[in-house]
Design a protein around this ligand. Structure first.
Ligand code: ADP
Ligand code: MG
Length: 573
């Protein structure tokens, strides 16, 4: 391994030369208390940034093993260190000027969620931060001075302040890890009690704005559970915590417009992840296999068995292996549900605001006008019961516009000025007083879920092979074909999208067995991530890139939106 001195000489030598000469810096350098790895050097000042790692041996960094000795603590540890490194970097470094990305230096900073990510690596040997940098340039010439500032002033200072146990705010790290322990304990308790969701009293659910995941400030009304739904748990650090527990089954959220229905559902959607202290949703947790379902007209659908919901389409269109380049509101919503079930979803989260009305309900008058044999759709209300009874899948549904669901609901929560009330009894009484005579379909069987296999012909190469690029959180590019992810509402972080790109690349490289179902393939990849780390799916060696772990259901959802996907039904059931 070369040392600092050699690196300095090298920079001296290439100073002022064309940008390409930066490539000569690639390698691993010993800085005494840490090592610097220059894994990738960008082609020019405007290209995607260079990738660096700073590696501190654990005998120098001295983080106690108890801060990362379980999977969930390790996630919290890496999350904390990433946030702290980012903070120090922001505080201590102002850039060095120059052209294009010149002087940029960043770590993949997380949002409100605590996700497993590759920005920091830790084991008993070392702790490592993965950075991106714009190597300094003036025009297209190497700016040696700026480069030296980054490598010899900035990085050593930040490493010193942000990667040594003695120097970081230890209490903050411990508090971060304690929160993770409490959240983990609460998740286990929910599972044991058969709850699909929990919202702690005092939680702040509304967000600052439609484009921010930060909590709403002073006007936020804290959440308080209806007494009848209150549950109390003991957490290892926080002690007793009380809040609203939602049991398996069918739960309605009703109430007047603007009373906080969607806000509650959105909090549950995000409850598949853990959140940082101060977020307001620290103890809002939901079934990790809960999937938000919406209508998404225009999406493509590839051979999905939507026959549990839709039959007898015009022109004899097949609904057992239903394909379309341009789904309607109702068929897209049906496909979204079936695909989620194919992936093993155990809870569905549905909001009337983003649903197709004709998919959700059909009232008595409409049934009279449009005869059953003319209406291909079995509305969700007729299936939600069998979905729970037969498949064990629960539903939480926001619906302010129709009382038809009172018949099938196990629990009805009314949002009233942002306060939930348990109105199950009243709703049931109303349903009994005024029974819907046209109902009765809901006792039929749900129908079959047909697992699919992915064909390798789904992933064509062009002249240059396979290129996968992330364009914002909700778009991936496969060569030049866009994969639109807007309908996947629980996908939160750009780095999750990067990771989905890497998983699609693994499939595109043919590294799977065509006999397996899509769901099995993704299970295998997730198993690999769990045992060997998220780094394992990276296509780039050394610095893995900015990856955060996506849920299996969201990866599957992305694949389902890939317009080149080709599948066959599996014989497995
Ligand atoms: P609904 O779905 O019932 O029509 P929303 O959930 O969309 O209502 O909420 C309406 C507005 O009220 C939103 O701007 C939301 O941010 C705000 N809001 C929701 N819950 C709260 C709360 N607990 N405190 C303050 N404002 C809230
Ligand atoms: Mg709403």
């Amino acid at each position: 391994m070369q040392g600092k001195v050699e690196l300095e000489k090298e920079i001296q030598r290439i100073d002022g030369r064309g940008y390409k000469a930066y490539k000569d810096l690639k390698g691993l350098y010993d800085f005494g208390s840490f090592q610097l790895a220059i894994d990738y050097v960008q082609g020019d000042p405007f290209a995607s940034p260079s990738r660096l790692r700073v590696i501190v041996p654990m005998k120098v960094a001295k983080f106690p093993g108890e801060t990362f000795n379980t999977p969930y603590k390790k996630i919290a540890f890496k999350d904390y260190l990433t946030r702290y490194f980012h903070k120090v970097l922001q505080r201590e470094y102002r850039g060095v000027g120059g052209t294009g990305k010149s002087g940029m230096l960043t770590i993949d900073a997380p949002g409100q969620e605590i996700l497993d990510r590759t920005s920091v690596y830790v084991d008993h040997e070392k702790v490592e931060a993965r950075l991106e940098a714009g190597l300094p340039a003036k025009g297209r010439r190497i700016l040696g001075k700026g480069c030296k500032i980054i490598f010899f002033d900035v990085l050593p200072k930040i490493v010193e302040k942000a990667l040594l146990y003695d120097k970081i705010p230890e209490d903050e790290l411990l508090s971060h890890i304690q929160l993770a322990e409490d959240q983990h304990a609460l998740r286990q308790a929910l599972e044991k009690e058969n709850l699909i969701a929990f919202v702690a009293n005092g939680s702040i659910l509304p967000r600052e704005s439609g484009i921010s995941q930060k909590p709403l400030g002073k006007n936020a009304v804290p959440f308080i559970s209806p007494e009848s739904m209150e549950m109390t748990f003991r957490l290892p650090h926080k002690g007793e915590i009380t809040g609203m527990g939602i049991k398996k089954g069918i739960t309605l959220i009703v109430g007047g417009g603007y009373h906080g229905k969607s806000t509650l559902l959105q909090a549950l959607e995000s409850g598949v992840y853990e959140h940082i202290r101060g977020d307001g949703r620290e103890f809002v947790l939901a079934d990790p296999m809960a999937m938000k379902i919406r209508a998404e007209d225009g999406r493509r659908v590839e051979k999905v068995n939507i026959s549990p919901f839709i039959n007898n389409l015009p022109q004899g269109t097949d609904t057992v292996a239903f394909s379309t380049e341009n789904a309607s509101g109702s068929t897209s919503q049906a496909a979204n549900i079936i695909e989620a079930l194919e992936g093993g979803a155990t809870t569905l989260l549905i909001d009337e605001d983003t649903s197709a009305t004709n998919f959700m309900i059909r009232d008595q008058r409409m049934k009279e006008l449009v005869h059953k044999e003319k209406e291909p759709i079995s509305p969700f209300i007729d299936k939600v019961g069998s979905l729970h009874r037969e498949k064990g899948v629960s539903t939480i549904l926001v619906i302010g516009g129709s009382g038809e669901y009172f018949d099938v609901a196990d629990r009805v929560i009314m949002m009233d000025e942002y306060r939930p009330k348990d109105v199950t009894e009243e709703a049931k009484a109303i349903a009994e007083r005024d029974p819907d005579s046209s109902r009765g379909e809901e006792h039929a069987a749900f129908g079959d879920i047909t697992p699919r296999r992915v064909l390798k012909t789904s992933f064509p190469r062009d002249r240059k092979g396979i290129k996968i690029k992330t364009k914002g959180v909700k778009t991936l590019l496969y060569n030049r074909l866009a994969i639109e992810l807007y309908g996947i509402e629980q996908l939160m972080d750009y780095s999750q999208t990067n990771a989905i790109g890497e998983i699609i690349r693994i499939l595109a490289q043919g590294r799977y067995d065509e006999k397996q179902t899509i769901s099995e393939i993704l299970d295998d990849i997730h198993q690999l991530i769990s045992t060997e780390g998220l780094e394992k799916i990276a296509s780039f060696q050394g610095h893995p890139g900015n990856l955060a772990r996506p849920r299996k259901l969201d990866v599957l959802a992305a694949l389902n939106r890939y317009r080149n996907l080709k599948t066959l039904p599996s014989s497995k059931r």
